[in-house]
Design a protein around this ligand. Structure first.
Ligand code: GLA
Length: 376
């Protein structure tokens, strides 16, 4: 049978099964809308993915930003649960990485430099003396080329040029967002290079499962599948140690309210102004595994984070300070959102003991993270 005839037969079979419970057709739809223009006149589009449960994920191709994410609470009430700006102009004026794709290297690289194959590469220092989230014009500020995928998603592509923000190699990056009928927002990342380089991609969504702008996130109960974390110095650079969380306020191996210990007299919490730490996932990375589960008691919303990455940064919005007026005019006070940034460990290019972030020509960077929503 030719390929085309085979495909047609499969489609007929799938159609026949629909309604029998054996197989249901994907109900997710993608709608493309104009979202605005950048300063140089490049138009930016918003891709609105929605599934059979009315869950909605709206993603724009400026920064690959998740602009809106609506999920049901225990009564089926939909609410937008990610922080963000009211419109494109708000994002263009600057924001603390709301919802964006972070790259070429998510998190910090000490002193904005690293050595690869005996050559020193100098990066922008945009966080004190350190490099943060890909530099001054990271992937969060790029206009990505977007196209709808057959599987109810949107694929974003970006070519990061050799030397961009100081990194070696032309890096061809693809990030695909897919919304499934199981209420999962799935993010698949891939990249190839023409010179040895370092890569560490993530998504920087700020969640508040009670609804964006609806108070702080301190009552959210968090479970992290991590027995160890990477302690940091005053610049939030890992010391190199993988320290046990046992007996510390960083122990989330059992579900615990984020706010239960955040004010404790603990050296690491003081350095981070709260939680701003990379956790070493027990899975070790390389296979899709449960990294975190978060439960918001008032609305019942639950979010699970699954990832192939070896680490996750828990950031509790410690730098939010009420100066940002976001979506719906909501003012974002300190700790109004939390991030779970799946990643390789911060400063890996300078830490030979950490899992490597080096990508070589002929190799392929691949990473998957799933945010899965439910309510109880
Ligand atoms: C990351 C960092 C934080 C902070 C935020 C953005 O999560 O670890 O220290 O820079 O991004 O404000």
């Amino acid at each position: 049978m030719s390929f085309i005839r085979q495909a047609a037969a499969l489609t007929l079979w799938a159609a026949g099964c629909a309604g029998t419970g054996i197989m249901t057709e994907a109900k997710t739809i993608v709608k493309k809308q104009t979202f605005g223009q950048t300063a140089d006149g490049t138009s930016v589009d918003l891709y609105v993915l929605s599934n059979k449960n009315a869950m909605e994920a709206a993603i724009m191709n400026y920064g690959g930003i998740v602009v809106r994410l609506k999920t049901p609470d225990r009564n089926g009430k939909l609410e937008d649960i990610v922080l963000g700006m009211e419109n494109l102009d708000g994002y263009l004026k600057g924001h603390p990485y709301f919802g964006c794709i972070v790259g070429r290297y998510g998190n910090r690289i000490a002193k904005g430099r690293f050595v690869l194959n005996g050559v020193e590469y100098k990066l922008a220092k945009n966080n004190g003396e350190n490099h943060l989230h890909g530099g001054i014009r990271g992937f969060d500020k790029a206009v990505w080329t977007a196209r709808e995928t057959g599987a109810a998603g949107v694929e974003m592509s970006y070519l990061s040029k050799d030397g961009e923000e100081g990194y070696p190699g032309n890096l061809a990056v693809k990030v695909t967002y897919t919304l499934t009928d199981d209420n999962e927002l799935r993010i698949d990342y891939s990249a190839t290079t023409d010179k040895d380089t370092v890569v560490n991609l993530t998504n920087h969504s700020y969640f508040n499962l009670a609804g964006q702008g609806e108070g702080d996130i301190l009552a959210h109960e968090l479970m992290l599948n991590a027995d160890r974390f990477t302690p940091v110095d005053s610049g939030l650079i890992p010391t190199g140690e993988l320290r046990s969380v046992k007996g510390t306020p960083l122990d989330f191996t059992k579900p615990t309210a984020i706010g239960a210990r955040i004010g404790q007299d603990d050296e690491q919490l003081k350095l981070g102004g709260g939680y701003d730490h990379n956790f070493v996932l027990n899975s070790g990375g390389g296979r899709l595994a449960l990294a975190a589960r978060v439960h918001e008691p008032r609305t019942g919303r639950v979010m699970e984070v699954w990832t192939t990455e070896p680490g996750v940064q828990l950031y509790t919005g410690n730098f939010l300070d009420g100066t940002i007026r976001g979506k719906g005019g909501k003012v974002y006070q300190r700790r109004y959102g939390f991030c779970l940034e799946t990643q390789h460990f911060p400063d890996s290019p300078n830490q030979p003991e950490f899992p490597t972030t080096v990508l070589k020509p002929g190799g392929r960077y691949e990473s998957t993270t799933i945010f899965k929503f439910a309510a109880k």
